[in-house]
Design a protein around this ligand. Sequence first.
Ligand code: CP3
Length: 393
Amino acid sequence: MPPSVFSPGTVGVRPQADYQIGQLFRERSLKTFHRKPSHVPSEPAQPSDALHHSRFMRAVRRERVETTPVWIMRQAGRYLPEYMAVRSKVTFMELCKSPELACEVTVTAQRVLGVDAAILFADLLPILEPMGIDLEYQKGEGPVIHNPLRTAADIDRLIALESVESLDYVFQAVRLIRAALPADIPLLGFAGAPFTLASYCLEGGGSRNYVHTKSLMYNDEGAWNALMTRLVDSVILYLLAQVAAGCQAVQVFDSWAGCLSPADYRRYVLPHSQRLIAAVSQEAPVINFLTGNPALLPLQREAGGAVMGIDWRVELNDAWDTLGNQVAVQGNLDPVSLYAELPVLKQRVEHVLRAAAGRQGHIFNLGHGVMPDMNPEHVRALVEFVHESRIPR
Ligand code: CP3
């Protein structure tokens, strides 16, 4: 256990712990935000205009941009010393549940990297807690679910959220982050796609072959659909509340769907992802991110979303040919490219930019999250390479 200023499990429960977090934030925020007031608009604020015309939102709408926007999945993570400084004082869950600290790590990552969008600091799985899942982040192990759903009877005990009040710490964080970010930097909310969340509920953690998940799909399609329906109902409420609190767009992470064949994705996943994305798209653009299987691209497109997030297993121009020009595309540098020497990294960044040349609506990103041992200087360099590139758009 890292040294913690709080005893585990007290955040949000004991007023004293909240007070300590607030105090820590106030001390830090003086240093972090007030030293650089560049984001405070000098004219009467037109924040919605600045956001609407931001590089990122223009690309989402496939409008012309002078410079390709870039952000990095997991940009506020363990590779950043600024994140580790905060994280060394609290557990991961305490960080997620402290709106002030979540705000601090989100805003700091955007500022030190110079990226064109911020992503809310949170995680895919805490939404499952109020649904009845016993979740723990174990050091070095990632998330563990102590009461995985294995039978149809287990699935009956998963409660669809009727209200997202118990996740209010997330929406509080969104409000703080929106107020602290520069006026032209959009804030992205996010959630897990129903398949990825279902696989966590069923496997109890990460998985190699998704045996429990696929067994339920194949053996009890009724229970599978009941599970997916409850997840979709809950995630719709959760994402709409993030948008209402101040997010400009949201990303749906289908991080594990790549393990499925196209036929299985179509039958067991597509209708559920479609319902989720259609409902949320009424209020904000959705980035539909799926990784691990380029054969799913046509189905990912059918699932919906203004932006398709793709990985590096397919050339970006080929993916875009498959997806068609009615969507923006986000990606798709192999995150392992960041281990390359800077001149090589630059060539690899330019390869992706060249693949997008001639089309509107490219948002540069990695094809998956940045690794925890990454040199932050390389991540900063990547952002500069994208911003300074002279490759014609
Ligand atoms: O991108 C960002 O900067 C925003 C924050 C963010 C986190 N998790 C913080 C986090 C986001 C968007 C996520 C999404 C997430 N969480 C995904 C989908 C993303 C993807 O890469 O496909 C998944 C699968 C999870 C579940 C999860 N959370 C895992 C598997 C782990 C452990 C593995 C790991 O990378 O450590 C986490 C923990 C987690 N989520 C950390 C962070 C910064 C590290 C926790 C720590 O500080 O110890």
